[in-house]
Design a protein. Structure first.
Length: 304
């Protein structure tokens, strides 16, 4: 397994600076944030280290050569919008940019895009599945034609009151994975596996690794701390950030030895990326970089 990190935490750094930083700490890969140019609408969204809208063969060759020279690979191009947004204009703009990621990923030879499947928070799972049938088959077909895999992260995107009650991503549980995979039955459509989101949902984060072994295209390392006293006070129907908090790997409730052990059981040897969303490390860019270094130092106990 190759160890790296998601570049969204490095807002303000150029692509070259991020690659150099990874190489200087013996990190082997980067999940590169590729949001459209413009102001971020939420934490970690809006960061763009590769402008896919301006991608061409010359730029792709330059980026590829820069990475190769420093021994750092691009694990995927990352963009996490709500492609099932109830606002038709927003949905169309998100999907348009997702197509650009697919094109750029193919041009770079990365052949991987990490994203969300999306969800209308106010609609039921069944209603959203009907929308998936309308929106996603053309995207997946296009990815197949380009030889690009799409890995969907299992984050519910249910952190603020405006995302209540359903969140902004449908693929949040093994049960929902099965339903979506029935609709989008493609070797190019799979999972970006993050154990932390299962912890606060009270879902076993080890067992699905075995069932969905052939669908795990990409892996995240992020931890979650559930505060039992707060949970006992507000209950699971509360907005989740009232009783839990994202943490660096090793500072929360995930058993990383068991997690990596399960990945080795299934023979996973792909990319694994640290995702930093720990508010204790958000003071400035140097703090964010320290968070990556600390996380990598801890995870090297399990990932070599």
């Amino acid at each position: 397994m190759k160890l790296g990190f998601i570049t969204a935490i490095c807002d303000g750094m150029t692509f070259e600076e991020v690659v150099d930083f990874a190489a200087s700490h013996d990190l082997e890969c980067l999940e590169v944030a590729c949001w459209p140019r413009g102001k971020a609408q939420r934490r970690y969204a809006g960061v763009s280290h590769i402008d896919v809208a301006e991608m061409n063969e010359e730029k792709a060759a330059y980026l590829t050569a820069y990475c190769q020279k420093r021994g750092v690979e691009i694990s995927s191009l990352a963009y996490y919008p709500n492609t099932l947004d109830p606002d038709p204009e927003k949905r169309a703009s998100y999907i348009k940019h997702l197509y650009k990621l697919i094109d750029a990923s193919a041009m770079l030879g990365v052949n991987m895009v990490t994203t969300f499947v999306g969800r209308d928070p106010k609609k039921t799972v069944s209603e959203n599945l009907e929308t998936v049938k309308e929106v996603w088959p053309p995207i997946v077909k296009y990815a197949e034609e380009k030889g690009v895999k799409i890995a969907i992260e299992n984050c519910p995107m249910l952190f603020t009151e405006d995302e209540w009650p359903g969140g902004q991503n449908l693929m949040t549980s093994p049960a929902n994975w099965r339903k979506v995979f029935e609709i989008l039955d493609s070797p190019n459509f799979g999972i970006n596996y993050d154990p932390s989101h299962f912890v606060w949902q009270q879902i076993d984060y080890i067992k699905p690794i075995y069932e969905f072994r052939d669908k795990i295209f990409h892996v995240h390392y992020k931890d979650i701390k559930v505060y039992e006293d707060k949970l006992a006070d507000v209950g699971t129907m509360a907005v989740p950030l009232e009783y839990m908090s994202p943490k660096l790997p090793g500072l929360g409730d995930v058993d990383w030895g068991n997690y990596v052990s399960a990945l080795t059981d299934i023979g996973y040897d792909g990319y694994t990326c640290i995702e930093v969303e720990d508010k204790a490390f958000e003071k400035d860019l140097e703090d964010a970089k320290k968070a990556v270094v600390l996380s990598a130092r801890y995870l090297r106990n399990f990932v070599i």
